[in-house]
Write a protein that binds this ligand. Structure first.
Ligand SMILES: C[S@@+](CC[C@H](N)C(=O)[O-])C[C@H]1O[C@@H](n2cnc3c(N)ncnc32)[C@H](O)[C@@H]1O
Length: 205
């Protein structure tokens, strides 16, 4: 089984395989429209598409990733967008990193696929970093995408929105969205490809 570790991601970024980055994800754009800008943590931020988009809307964003190459590109893109003052880029491996508790108005993570064995633990630590009244937003490939994604075709990496929601401490969270959301992806040949995102959006009480 492939280990999707720092070396694997660095190798991908080194070869320019960053087709998912550079623009905000649909889920982020839709699900943050009703939020008042504050502090945000983008976990597995890659080259910063989501974080920079948030910064452009007034959020103060910390982007975290285990690829230093991706973080360097994110910082350069933020500077080019004149948003360096609203962004901080931090190297960390979320499988071991504990973010500061109750610190962010929004904690978001897009297409960071943690193997099932560590997923709940990572999610619990990310959830703990949300300030009371703040929002946790997770989007990743729905298990129904198993046949379409080009990498990470390991069922162990996939979870439904409901499975993600089940990892949150009961009573502490109001789950607003836990679903499979259809999306049009792109095939290698550039054709539309029906896909779905597993989405979790929850508010900390
Ligand atoms: C598919 S990319 C998504 C990037 C970005 N969120 C987006 O949607 O464009 C997944 C990102 O998660 C990062 N990543 C993977 N495992 C990680 C870990 N354990 N800790 C921190 N970042 C990780 C990778 O380096 C990569 O940048």
């Amino acid at each position: 089984m492939t280990l999707y570790d720092e070396a694997w991601w660095e190798e991908r970024y080194a070869h320019g395989h960053t087709q998912w980055s550079g623009r905000p994800n649909d889920v982020l754009v839709a699900e943050t429209a009703d939020l008042t800008p504050g502090t945000a943590l983008d976990v597995g931020c890659g080259t910063g598409g989501d974080a920079i988009w948030l910064a452009g809307r007034g959020w103060q964003v910390t982007g975290v990733d285990l690829s230093r190459t991706a973080l360097g590109r994110a910082a350069a893109a933020a500077a080019e967008a004149l948003l360096a003052h609203r962004t901080t880029w931090q190297y960390a491996d979320v499988t071991t990193w504990t973010p500061p508790p109750d610190a962010f108005d929004l904690v978001t993570s897009a297409f960071l696929h943690v193997p099932a064995g560590g997923r709940d633990d990572v999610l619990a630590r990310l959830a703990a970093a949300v300030a009371p009244g703040g929002t946790l937003l997770v989007a990743q490939h729905d298990p129904s995408d198993l046949h379409t994604v080009r990498h990470g075709q390991d069922p162990d990496l996939f979870a439904t929105g409901e499975q993600l929601a089940a990892a949150l401490p009961a009573g502490e969270w109001e789950v607003l969205v836990a679903e499979a959301r259809p999306r049009l992806g792109r095939s290698h040949e550039g054709e539309d490809l029906p896909m779905a995102d597993a989405v979790l959006k929850a508010r900390k009480r």
